[in-house]
Design a protein around this ligand. Sequence first.
Ligand SMILES: C[S@@+](CC[C@H](N)C(=O)[O-])C[C@H]1O[C@@H](n2cnc3c(N)ncnc32)[C@H](O)[C@@H]1O
Length: 261
Amino acid sequence: MDSRRRGIARRVRLVGIGAGDPDQLTVEAVEALRSAAFALVTVKREDDPLAAARLAILDRHAPDLRVVEVQDPSRDRSPTSTSTTAGYEGVVADWHDARAEAWERALETSWSASGGGDAVVLVWGDPAFYDSTIRVVEKVLARGVLAFTWDVLPGISAFQLLAARHRIVLHEVGQPIHVTTERRLADAVAAGETNVVVFLTSRTDLTGLDDWHVWWGANLGAASERLVAGRVADVAPAIADARAAAKAEAGWVMDVLLLRR
Ligand SMILES: C[S@@+](CC[C@H](N)C(=O)[O-])C[C@H]1O[C@@H](n2cnc3c(N)ncnc32)[C@H](O)[C@@H]1O
């Protein structure tokens, strides 16, 4: 054990790692990885491609850092539980509780072994957007078993990378952007939003938006990256094809898009 870490303060650092490209970590993030006592890496299943991407980032920037893998509790994805917004939110809350317990165990064991120090958690994109890590850390603390300080280091979010790849500003001069999920896109359009970034897509259904313009990107930052832009009615088939191709190439697909009326 590294004696310098014996008895030093316990801190959790949530490090935004960008959307998959190891070149897109900030200097601050890299320094946090290099000075940490260990990294917690959540693994959803065997051959989890996003866990593998995190390990590749560690290999590149902090190859000597000890990695503690935490098995992610499974989430109830049954249509009966998640078909309503309340049902979906309840399922997510239960999942966060289970995650908090798993993290508490992993942190306790790892800090006992290291004598304290920084635990880094590699958060996809930026921890501020559609990510539960901050809530899970708050839940771990609220359980009252472990005491530690924590901070958040920002990363490049998928929608920033989308804008960069398409070389666009995400809004028109002085105008707002509405950021939402695919689940809530129809509500946003019905409410009159005309410039919408959409996260958490599962099929990219653009029905009814034929005359809107879309800037779409999948697996941004990875070798399997795909980009499509144009009038929705003209490019919808190309998006479906590109999405399938990205998935076939990488074994996973995540996409994000900007829609503008
Ligand atoms: C759980 S959220 C995490 C978002 C992340 N915190 C961020 O700031 O980008 C996952 C969603 O982000 C988007 N996303 C994340 N990484 C992406 C990537 N490399 N390419 C395209 N979309 C991505 C997709 O909409 C995906 O469904």
